[in-house]
Design a binder for this molecule. Structure first.
Ligand code: ZN
Length: 433
């Protein structure tokens, strides 16, 4: 397979707060960035509803995707400069395209929308790459099989595992970029890792990417930062509250649609979203600007549940939560029943959440698949899994920390608090604010 690199006459740069500059030297990469499908990522936030918790978190999937491309480009260029024989240089183009396009199929508020409609952004990414789109045309111009190759890297079944490793592994370009970027935009102090040092320590070895053993402390630092970010940002209970409300809006709207409710406002392509039969062209019309406009209109809908939920989301009247160590199904049923008797909605006015149900994986080397391990390359080419060598990693890996959170609209529960059975009333503290 040829290298496919078509240099631009003059390098293009994007100013980036995380990597300082993103460098584009190739014509195909430049054309991909300028497609309508890639530009759509400007209208999808990287962290969904997290901006309701950390107001700085307004950064987009566009900036993250450029960042993942830039990290991949730097890794490849380091491999090339050092002439490492284990890196297949003919894969440079496939790797850079896959890095740039890996999140192309994300929808608005994707984790919530995926949960509500059982969608999968990775599947949509592949559909966009393989479908009748500008991205597909740009890739095909390079070579007829390039769209398939890029989609296969994203599906993680590409023939060369080392290329998949660059984009999806515990130490991949995707995770390194979002860790740094999410830390920067939320303003928390945890995600500041020495990325240049980590990148310098990566080695292509025997068909996969490994880390030189002397880079272990930089990797420890990275995994610790990631651990902190999970608990301080990604699992933040207030963000979960906003996700719950968003999911409830989508669930309610879907129920109403199936019942034949006459919406005062239901623009395309929402009907297809509710029916689960969106075409690629329709899917690409979904973005966060549209969803928020729809929610604004729905604050006036006749259905009181839908309009209340939309007000809650837009005006940030989130549910409060209480933390409990454990809870059984019987108790959950009793809570719902007594809420219902007191005039609240048993489904919409109460939700239960356990943080590890989230679509993020904390580093767990035990029993992990080959692709989920970080391997250190020591003297005499000896490979060891990082938690065999590092005490710090051993102590944080596989840790499950998490409690159940019960979410509820505290003013509404406050109003009926005296009607609840004493043991249930006790669970839900009611304060004045
Ligand atoms: Zn990503």
């Amino acid at each position: 397979m040829p290298n496919y690199i078509k240099p631009l006459r003059e390098e293009k740069v994007f100013k980036d707060p995380v990597h300082n500059y993103v460098h584009v030297q190739d014509r195909t990469i430049w054309s991909l960035i300028n497609t309508a499908e890639f530009q759509r990522l400007r209208r999808i936030r990287q962290l969904g509803t997290t901006y309701l918790t950390f107001h700085g978190a307004e950064h987009s999937r566009f900036s993250h995707s450029l960042g993942v491309y830039e990290i991949t480009r730097r890794i490849i260029s380091q491999f090339e400069r050092n002439n490492y024989p284990d890196w297949p240089v003919e894969e440079n183009m496939v790797a850079m395209c896959a890095a740039l396009l890996h999140d192309l199929g994300h929808g608005p508020f994707s984790h919530s929308i995926e949960e509500a409609f059982e969608m999968d952004h990775e599947e949509w990414t592949c559909k966009i790459i393989l479908g009748d789109t500008d991205v597909n045309r740009v890739l095909r111009e390079v070579s007829a099989d390039l769209p398939d190759r890029v989609a296969s890297v994203i599906r993680k079944d590409y023939e060369k595992e080392i290329v998949v490793n660059l984009i999806t592994s515990p130490l991949d370009a995707d995770r390194m970029d979002y860790l740094l970027r999410d830390a920067y935009f939320t303003g928390v102090d945890y995600g500041t890792i020495d990325i240049d040092r980590i990148l310098r320590m990566l080695r292509p070895y025997n068909g996969r990417i490994v880390v030189k053993e002397s880079g272990m402390h930089a990797v420890e630092d990275y995994l610790m930062s990631r651990y902190q970010m999970y608990w301080q940002v990604y699992f933040h209970p207030v963000t979960r509250s906003s996700e719950i409300i968003l999911r409830q809006i989508l669930r309610r709207a879907g129920e109403l649609y199936r019942e034949g409710y006459a919406f005062a406002f239901l623009p395309q392509p929402l009907p297809g979203l509710f029916r689960n039969d969106l075409t690629v062209k329709e899917y690409l019309k979904l973005d966060e600007a549209l969803i928020q406009t729809v929610f604004m209109q729905w604050t006036d809908e006749k259905d009181p549940i839908l309009s209340e939920l939309c007000c809650r989301f837009l005006h940030r009247r989130l549910y409060k939560y209480v933390e409990v160590d454990s809870i059984d199904m019987e108790m959950i049923d009793r809570i719902r029943e007594s809420f219902g008797k007191a005039g609240l909605h048993p489904e919409y006015d109460f939700e239960i959440d356990f943080p590890t149900d989230l679509p993020y994986d904390v580093f767990r080397p035990d029993g992990a698949k080959r692709e989920n391990r970080i391997m250190l390359l020591g003297k005499q080419d000896k490979l060891r899994e990082i938690s065999e060598v590092s005490d710090i990693i051993r102590s944080i890996s596989g840790l499950h920390r998490g409690k159940y959170h019960l979410y509820y609209p505290h003013h509404k529960v406050g109003a009926i608090h005296s009607q609840l059975p004493a043991d249930i009333a006790e669970i839900f503290p009611i304060s004045a604010d």
